[in-house]
Design a protein around this ligand. Structure first.
Ligand SMILES: Cc1cc2nc3c(=O)[nH]c(=O)nc-3n(C[C@H](O)[C@H](O)[C@H](O)COP(=O)(O)OP(=O)(O)OC[C@H]3O[C@@H](n4cnc5c(N)ncnc54)[C@H](O)[C@@H]3O)c2cc1C
Length: 478
């Protein structure tokens, strides 16, 4: 795009929204340049900060007319590079579109603007006597719009599903500025295509989410948390199935940590001491939440039975909120990864019974390739989701692309998914064909073209930008 046209669109946006809502040049703060993916930050052409759905519609209409690319931005906590601009892009930040419009107790729904943070929604749900089921470590910064655009998972998928399952209605603005409002509050609504679900998980490539009707759940009486030591992965799966047989969907989190990650997490806690004293081959952080307040007695009794059966080697059950937070602090050490190491992060899914073998295969393969490598393994195993992190500093001279090819190649061999919950963004785009068939990729392209014929919305994310033949060849897209 010519320099002159680029400047013209910025002026057009200033004329439409006012100078206060458009930042460019040195006025662009660093937080709009990069997310948590580790991708190098890039200054965009401008950042626009609309205050209403109408203003979002105006921005998109004007940009579509000028064939100007637009990158929707939420809380910038994404891990796939989906919200990172290129130098010619306009960033559309949703940070001013905040607020809870309504809590409807009869429908058990909350209507919110897309820029509202997850934490704000969780707190408001609690205050109204309900619970919002989605939860993840970035809750203080990530926005509902970003959660939906990435179909975020988090630590309670086992109990309540992903972000997709927490939504009844949605409002999105299409590339041409038209507003598609499907603010449905009903649980059953079989009236043709489910348009809402097109936008969930589309990472800002099909429309900008501006409002949502969220489902609220009954508040659970108490959350009981335990840390268990296990001898092997098969034992972990046996424990999960046995607890589910007893407690059903009261088992809300089942997080497995392999020793390297556990030690990393413990070293970052206040005490720097493992709550279990000794070292073990595997650790499970488990949450059980029922509707009657039995002070965790049923949960403790079930874990005791597993201890006696030899499935669990040792366990601690948190006795207070402070102890619960201390146990979760080990698992949530992920927030410190970019500070403490130079992480190359992976978020993959595999058939649950295969994950232990997969971790062993990774260790073997990585050790053979890069004997000095430092790798961490952990994840929401109850949802068949494994996270792998390698410290780039431990494998000097090895490129991220080499590590990507090694790991995603193994995921393909295990018939897994290259993205469990973080999305595709730009980082995983070349590997989408490892988990999706040519027919599926062609269908995605057709939907993208139908909704955004000029390709202005988040170009190059998930699918190659129009005209980028190299990227198409790489992904296997026609
Ligand atoms: C410490 C930490 C822990 C995390 N834990 C988890 C976890 O357990 N599970 C999980 O799934 N993720 C996790 N994440 C990743 C991240 O928090 C989620 O992907 C989150 O949903 C992103 O929300 P965001 O508002 O920050 O979106 P951003 O990073 O700003 O954007 C992400 C994508 O969504 C698009 N987008 C954002 N807002 C909109 C909108 N309103 N309309 C259309 N498109 C939009 C962007 O263009 C981009 O493609 C974690 C991240 C961190 C830093």
């Amino acid at each position: 795009m010519a320099e002159q046209t680029m400047k013209a669109i910025v002026q057009t946006l200033i004329d439409a929204l006012g100078a206060e809502s458009v930042r460019f040049g040195d006025a662009i703060e660093p937080r709009y340049l990069g997310d948590w993916s580790g991708r190098s930050p890039v200054p965009p052409l401008a950042v626009v900060l609309p205050r209403s759905t109408d203003e979002v519609a105006t921005v998109l209409r004007l940009c579509n007319e000028a064939r100007q690319s637009v990158v929707p931005q939420g809380g910038m906590t994404g891990l796939a590079g989906g919200a990172i601009p290129s130098s010619g892009d306009i960033c559309l930040s949703l940070e001013r579109l905040v607020g809870i419009e309504e809590v409807d107790r009869a429908s058990a729904t909350m209507t919110v603007l897309a820029g509202t943070t997850l934490q704000t929604v969780q707190d408001a749900a609690q205050e109204a006597g309900f619970e919002f089921a989605l939860d993840l470590g970035a809750r203080g910064s990530c926005q509902i719009g970003g959660n939906l655009a990435t179909n975020a998972g988090g630590v309670r998928v086992l109990q309540s599903g992903t972000a997709r399952d927490q939504v009844l209605g949605l409002e999105a603005v299409l590339a041409d500025g038209s507003v598609l409002s499907s603010m449905n509050k009903m649980v059953k609504n079989n009236t043709g295509y489910d348009l809402r679900n097109l936008f969930i998980g589309s990472e800002g490539t099909l429309g900008v989410i501006t409002r949502a009707v969220l489902r609220l759940k009954p508040r659970r009486a108490a959350r009981n948390t335990a840390l268990c030591a296990l001898s092997d992965y098969d034992g972990a799966v046996a424990l999960l199935r046995s607890l589910q047989a007893t407690f059903g969907d009261e088992i809300g989190a089942f997080e497995i940590m392999w020793p390297e990650f556990y030690d990393f997490g413990v070293a970052l806690t206040r005490s720097r001491q493992s709550p279990l004293g000794e070292a073990y081959p595997l650790y499970a952080l488990i949450e059980q939440a029922g509707f009657s307040d039995d002070h965790g007695e049923r949960f403790a009794a079930a874990l005791n039975a597993q201890l006696e059966a030899g499935v669990v080697m040792d366990a601690v059950v948190a006795q207070s909120q402070a102890e619960t937070q201390a146990l979760w602090a080990i698992r949530e050490a992920t927030a410190e990864l970019p500070v403490k190491i130079e992480p190359i992060n992976f978020d993959v899914s595999l058939p649950i019974g295969e994950i232990g073998h997969f971790v062993n295969a990774c260790r073997k393969d990585f050790t053979a390739r890069w004997p000095t490598h430092y790798g961490l393994y952990f994840g929401h195993i109850g949802d068949s989701n494994l996270h792998v992190t390698l410290d780039a500093r431990s494998i000097p001279g090895v490129t991220v692309e080499e590590v990507d090819h090694a790991l995603y190649g193994m995921v393909r061999d295990y018939s897994g998914s290259i993205s469990a919950e973080h999305g595709i963004g730009v980082l995983k785009r070349p590997f989408l064909g490892y988990s999706r068939s040519p027919a599926e990729l062609a269908c995605m392209q057709a939907i993208k073209h139908a909704l955004d014929p000029h390709g202005i919305l988040n170009p190059g994310k998930v699918l190659p930008a129009a005209g980028d033949q190299d990227a198409r060849n790489e992904q296997g897209t026609q």
